[in-house]
Design a protein around this ligand. Structure first.
Ligand code: F6P
Length: 336
């Protein structure tokens, strides 16, 4: 049995731990051969592939990024199809040339879509969700999220002392694409006073009132955590827009911080290492059972899987009845 493995989309902590989980389990327990495909689906088109051995996967558990490289190549995307798109056939040819029986795709939402399409053209596929955004539908948590939450919460902690010293409003922008998970979890863990997410519309007057009320209670500084995906006019960046509006609304000196790619870099947390390891191992178990066309998923405390057709094209978003939002509101945190 030969399996191919690739990583696609934005990188995140825990990808290498997953590659390790897949490889070690496949090599040691199931006696399979594993082939590493470089730079996502692009590597399947240009044949950038090499065999992975115990030696080539050593030291991966704690390593950030992906040793296989990644890209945002979408071989089935319609725009490229207009130019005589032969990408899918190139992929099929490469898989045939290498005799790869099953492909393991580690990625976010875009990857789930591509994996589902590959399944439709006859490729045996298993996918594993990874993203700091935590927005892959069908899994309670994607690895990478916990690490990013830790990094962002640490940054928010650090903003507290400088906000308090200068009696300023600090606005911090975190990633998350169209979802507010990272803002919600890091904002709550970091003690944010105002947390803005794409899923919950905000009123700038309410935000201003929250800041002024804090002053009345003897708290002349505030921490505002903003998801990059909130609705802003004229294509303005989230933190920049919110900081300008707060200053205008309250007269408080306001500063902005955009956390950026730091959230995606470095070593995974212990939680993400274990989740990645479990998901990697489960993927190989599915392959050994011939259960293809599935995405590995964490459901409650169990590692399970769902059909790729169920997750492809869907987004997992924050809802207003999420426990952290409900309890946060009771504590006086403003969500917009
Ligand atoms: O999906 C992960 C993510 O980091 C998002 O949070 C962010 O919007 C996006 O990727 C950034 O993409 P890129 O790496 O293409 O700049």
């Amino acid at each position: 049995m030969k399996i191919g493995i690739l990583t696609s989309g934005g990188d995140c902590p825990g990808i290498n731990a997953t590659i390790r989980g897949v490889c070690k389990s496949a090599l040691n327990h199931y006696g399979m051969e594993v082939y590493g495909i470089h730079n996502g689906f692009r590597g399947l088109m240009d044949g950038h592939i090499n065999r992975l051995t115990e030696e080539s996967i050593s030291g991966l558990l704690t390593l950030g990024g992906t040793i296989l490289g990644t890209s945002r190549e979408k071989p089935f995307k319609k725009a490229s199809a207009t130019l005589n798109n032969n990408k899918p056939s190139l992929i099929l040819k490469t898989l045939k040339d290498y005799g790869i029986d099953c492909l393991v795709c580690i990625g976010g939402n875009g990857t789930q879509k591509t994996a589902a399409k590959l399944m439709e053209v006859g490729v045996n596929v298993i996918s594993i969700p990874k993203t700091i955004d935590n927005d892959v539908w069908g899994t309670d948590i994607s690895f990478g999220f916990d690490s990013a939450v830790s990094i962002a919460a640490d940054a928010i902690d650090r903003l507290h002392s400088t906000a308090s010293s200068h009696q300023r409003v600090m606005v911090i922008e975190v990633m998350g694409h169209k979802a507010g998970w990272l803002a919600l979890y890091s904002g709550m863990a970091g003690g944010g006073d105002i947390i803005l997410m794409p899923e919950i519309p905000f009123d700038i007057h309410k935000i201003g009132d929250t800041i002024i009320n804090r002053l009345k209670k003897g708290k002349p500084y505030s921490i505002v955590v903003v998801a990059e995906g909130i609705n802003t006019p004229e294509g303005k960046k989230a933190a920049q827009y919110i900081a300008e509006e707060i200053e205008y609304e309250t007269g408080f000196e306001t500063r902005e911080t955009v956390l950026g790619y730091i959230q995606r870099g470095g070593s995974p947390t212990a939680f993400d290492r274990n989740l990645a390891t479990l998901m990697g191992g489960h993927a190989v178990e599915l392959i050994s059972n011939g259960q293809y066309g599935r995405m590995v998923a964490l459901q409650g405390n169990r590692i399970d899987s769902i059909p790729l057709s169920e997750t492809a094209g869907k987004l997992r978003l924050v809802t207003e009845d999420h426990e952290l939002v409900v309890q946060g509101r009771r504590m006086g945190i403003c969500f917009g």
